[in-house]
Ligand binder design. Structure first.
Ligand code: C2E
Ligand code: MG
Ligand code: MG
Ligand code: MG
Length: 281
């Protein structure tokens, strides 16, 4: 665009901007409708013991059953919801639903639920967790809350206190997407995490890049010294699994053991079956 049309060199009536504003408006009202109509569902992805292949638990991942678009993945609406108050209601629904479903699983399994920094902003999530546990009857030790280091970037002191209160409830806390942020190593000593989840970007490259394999090996060594368990995310093939096992990883999650699917598809009764590379979902 040429300069001088508006204050910033573009007109406020720019068609592109109007389209973006329209799309956001539509997504906002559709999401409000989805909350009122119960259009969300949870899929679960198995978390597997790297050495015995026992299915120790599963991560709850939200999907939106859109009347026209079909099953919408979280990255197409969660970031938007995080910018408004919508994440509060969606997040509350996710937590409650996950606790209710997991209450029917074997007693030695865990359900992991994602909590984004935005969910720390308005309401204190501790009360929400306490309520979900009470309503579902799920023992606190069977719930794991996944947070990212971004929780500690925004409102650091307050949020550390809130996460401590969560731990006091008896739930465990995992550090999600480890390695993707800024000064990751320092967060390991900021807070007593129960688990660190090594991000998929490292797992993905570890068989091709020595530096990624080295990062994974040293993270596992370090967390082990701190008494923190590790989960490798995005494990897709046997070569990755073998390297991870050699490095001493505790748990794995990824397409090799299963894609996220409805709770009914989880099978806790036998070791996870490994899918052939390239096999259909
Ligand atoms: P995340 O918590 O890191 O979840 C893992 C994502 O990686 C999931 O994508 C999962 O389907 C995908 N994944 C797992 N294994 C593999 C693999 O082997 N290969 C590949 N290529 N991908 C794999 P999904 O379900 O699309 O979720 C994306 C992100 O959305 C999540 O990342 C999480 O940050 C967010 N999210 C999902 N559900 C919720 C929720 O209920 N609340 C909040 N606040 N965020 C959520
Ligand atoms: Mg997660
Ligand atoms: Mg993750
Ligand atoms: Mg990730």
């Amino acid at each position: 665009r040429v300069k001088g049309e508006g204050r910033n060199g573009y007109s406020v009536y720019d068609d592109g901007l109007m389209e973006v504003a329209d799309a956001r408006q539509r997504l906002d009202s559709e999401l409000r409708h989805a909350i009122a109509n119960g259009e969300f569902e949870l899929h679960y992805q198995a978390i597997v013991d790297a050495h015995t292949r026992r299915v120790c638990g599963a991560e709850a991942l939200v999907r939106w059953r859109h009347p026209r678009r079909g099953l919408v993945p979280p990255l197409e609406f969660i970031p938007f919801a995080e910018e408004s108050d919508l994440i509060d209601q969606i997040g509350q629904w996710v937590l409650r639903r996950a606790c209710i479903e997991a209450a029917a699983w074997p007693d030695d399994t865990v359900v992991a639920v994602n909590l984004s920094p935005a969910q720390f902003r308005r309401a204190n999530p501790v009360a929400m967790i306490r309520q979900a546990l009470a309503d579902s009857g799920l023992p606190a030790r069977r719930l794991e809350i996944e947070i990212t280091e971004n929780v500690f970037l925004t409102g650091a002191e307050d949020n550390i206190a809130i996460v401590r209160q969560m731990k006091e409830l008896g739930v465990s806390i995992s550090l999600d997407d480890f390695g993707t942020g800024y000064s990751s190593l320092s967060y390991l000593t900021t807070f007593p995490f129960d688990t660190v989840k090594i991000d998929r970007s490292f797992t993905m490259n570890m068989t091709k890049r020595a530096d990624c394999a080295a990062v994974i090996a040293s993270v596992i060594t370090l967390t082990r010294c701190l008494g923190v368990a590790t989960i490798a995310e995005g494990v897709e093939n046997h070569a990755q699994l073998e390297l991870l096992r050699g490095a001493g990883v505790d748990f794995c999650q990824g397409y090799l053991f299963g894609r996220p699917a409805p709770a009914a598809d989880l099978d806790f009764s036998r070791p996870a079956v490994m899918k052939q590379a390239g096999a259909a979902a």
